[in-house]
Design a protein around this ligand. Structure first.
Ligand code: C5J
Length: 223
């Protein structure tokens, strides 16, 4: 499958590629969540829901592997570094009671994936304690066991968990395509720069394309 992308065409084989959807969690995206409680404009993230639904549906329809991630911690917080707990000096932090249960704690409503993009039973869900999806998880083992070499990456936020994961993946030898309109940030300028950093210098971390181009390639492949 050939996808029109920047800085140049991205080639991937559906048998060796996975769609990796990063942290589309209720606490980050929903108006009643933790992100909104901190004063963030969740509409900047919510605009990614519709294109992600379309891409997820097409990718599933083509029989491609889908992997979801969620940022969060064990209920006893033993995997939460003290530095992450106190960073920001906020009055409410990870593990405290939030609008949708304890903030970024596994099993809480706000930690779960939004219903619009809910994983199907056989789709792996990676619970990650860090920003990158490879840190302290079995993602690399799962990808290796499935013979995956290319990742089509979407989710939130562009400059934090999406960028960190793409950089980690790049260092582990994966080719990554970041789907621009399927990623979002509370800060539009960080989103733009986050995408530019990936594709700069001949694709130093990977490729960038709009979902329309991925959908077109999937359709051409099926024809
Ligand atoms: C993610 C964050 N998912 N911004 N987390 O990007 O803290």
């Amino acid at each position: 499958m050939r996808i029109d992308a920047e800085p140049y065409e991205f080639t991937c084989d559906l048998r060796t590629a996975a769609l990796l959807i990063i942290d589309m969690q209720r606490d980050f995206l929903e108006p009643g969540g933790f992100g909104a409680m901190l004063g963030n404009d969740v509409s900047q993230l919510r605009r990614t829901i519709a294109p992600n639904i379309a891409l997820l549906s097409a990718w599933r329809g083509a029989g491609g592997l889908v992997i979801h991630t969620r940022e969060g911690h064990r209920p006893d917080l033993t995997d939460l570094p003290p530095a992450k707990k106190i960073r920001g000096r906020g009055t409410t932090s990870i593990g405290d009671a939030g609008p949708m249960g304890r903030i970024l704690v596994r099993g809480e409503a706000g930690h779960d994936i939004i219903p619009e993009l809910y994983p199907e039973p056989l789709e792996p869900v990676i619970d990650k304690p860090g920003k990158g999806a490879f840190f302290a998880t079995d993602l690399h083992a799962i990808l290796q066991n499935r013979g995956i070499q290319q990742l089509v990456v979407t989710g939130v936020t562009t400059e934090v968990c999406v960028n960190t994961t793409i950089r980690e993946a790049n260092d582990r030898g994966y080719d990554c395509l970041c789907v621009a309109d399927c990623c979002g940030s509370y800060f539009p300028e960080f989103h733009d720069m986050g995408l530019r950093m990936i594709k700069a210098q001949g694709g130093i971390f990977g490729w960038v394309a709009p979902s329309e181009h991925v959908l077109r390639a999937l359709k051409e492949m099926a024809a």
